[in-house]
Design a protein around this ligand. Sequence first.
Ligand SMILES: O=P(O)(O)OC[C@H]1O[C@H](O)[C@H](O)[C@@H](O)[C@@H]1O
Length: 534
Amino acid sequence: MWDRLKAVHAKTKDRRIADLFDGSRVADFGIESDGLFFDFSKTNIDKDTYADLIALAAAQGVAEKRDAMFAGEKINETEERAVLHTALRNLDGGPIFVDGADVMPGVKATLAKMSDFANAVRSGAFQGQGGKITDVVNIGIGGSDLGPAMAYPALKPFAVGPRCHFVSNVDGADLADKLEGLDPETTLVLVASKTFTTMETMMNAQSALRWMEAKVKDPASQFAAISTAEKETAAFGIPAERVFGFEDWVGGRYSMWGPIGLSIMLAVGPEDFTDFLRGGQAMDRHFCEAPLEQNMPFALALTGIWHHQVCGYSTRAVLPYENRLLRLPAYLQQLEMESNGKSVSLSGDALDQAVGPIVWGEPGTNGQHAFYQLIHQGRQVVPCEFIVGAEGHEPHLAHHHRALLANCLAQSEALMMGRDFAAAEAMMAKKGYTGDALRAHAMQRVFSGNRPSTTLMYQKLTPFVLGQIIALYEHRVFVEGAVMGINSYDQWGVELGKELAQKLGPAVEEHGSTEGLHAGTAALVERAKAMRGA
Ligand SMILES: O=P(O)(O)OC[C@H]1O[C@H](O)[C@H](O)[C@@H](O)[C@@H]1O
């Protein structure tokens, strides 16, 4: 199948995407699900190619693997775990069994506990030493940070609760800058860590506790914990009533649907948080029920496979024309690159295909004034994923949103159509250029075009729509991983650096020895010490 797809690419790569537009292409390469619309017509995928891609997914048993995941089978084989973040949003679905026990009562109880706590904080029934909580500081990293840190600005129009701040980096600058100006007496700290052992989070949590201790008599009373590790949270001094637990079948980067989303619930309230879950559940249903040809996560994933594995484009840009999704690219970097940045199959065999494109991006229109030069005229092709709402939340600034939309649509058209030499030459000739100067100036203004993009469109960014978008990308990662035969749910690649950092810890201390370290590292340790005068 791969050979066939690569042969198709070799044969079709020079044709113009624009020429594929017949009367039905827009309809054929557009999928709608509960108001979310995915357009992949501006790619070099035609009906036959799409059929081949669907056949590839079918041959790899992706639909069966999907059903196994939703049924609670232990598809995360290297960690011997089920993969059930979907259970966290299975609001009105049936039971889901793991090891013979239905997980849904526990999921619902935790959601109710989160709602009660959020309501108490928001109403002032739960208070800090100085009265009603005004600020929430979420301390976590990776999957215990990026989801809520992305969703908080995304849902700003719905946030009427306490202000939220997100501390992740072990760099003291992060904690210091976020705590600056906050009143410890009215601040609630959430320590979010699935394992409750992550070095960065534990160090930040201890330092935040010291900060609170200076002013608050019972600092732990203004701390809550979000974790799967009950013993560790108790050892930290946080009583069980303020510990929000989840199970090992929720992966860190898939965890914002449960207690890791507590800061979001505190900001927008339980009702809007539930709407976010409903959006995720709506996408789950679509993913499970829509025929593969009309299935949005399949289409997004197969477009990704076509561009990365078949065409060989090594990166993809996520370009939200939605300023409030400014952290979405960072969120997707973890979701996609930590899930699928791998080189061996589930059975441990080296893969002969590249897996896991580099994901990057910035919100439009900012990116246009920064890196779009390369996207339009650089030699490498960067498939672009545009995300845009039909309207904004600011009726008095509706003309801004129309300008935003026009820019988004202009970019995808410009990428596809480009501008040929004749047009550039005519343009410069009009300006009076002739001869060599005309040629040189015209060449600068040539756009090869034929650069693929997709567009994801919705009416307005609501909690429901955000839920749909995040679940869509989660399932895209699943489909891409399943096609490649890898485990998208482990992350062994982050371990080696952590182990070495532990070994280096004592060496960077004042009188620490560099003995036994690699010479290249030892030299840098010594230099850093000399620089700080140690
Ligand atoms: O939630 P925690 O246990 O603190 O883990 C935080 C993060 O650190 C790890 O290194 C993993 O790479 C991430 O997948 C995880 O989300």
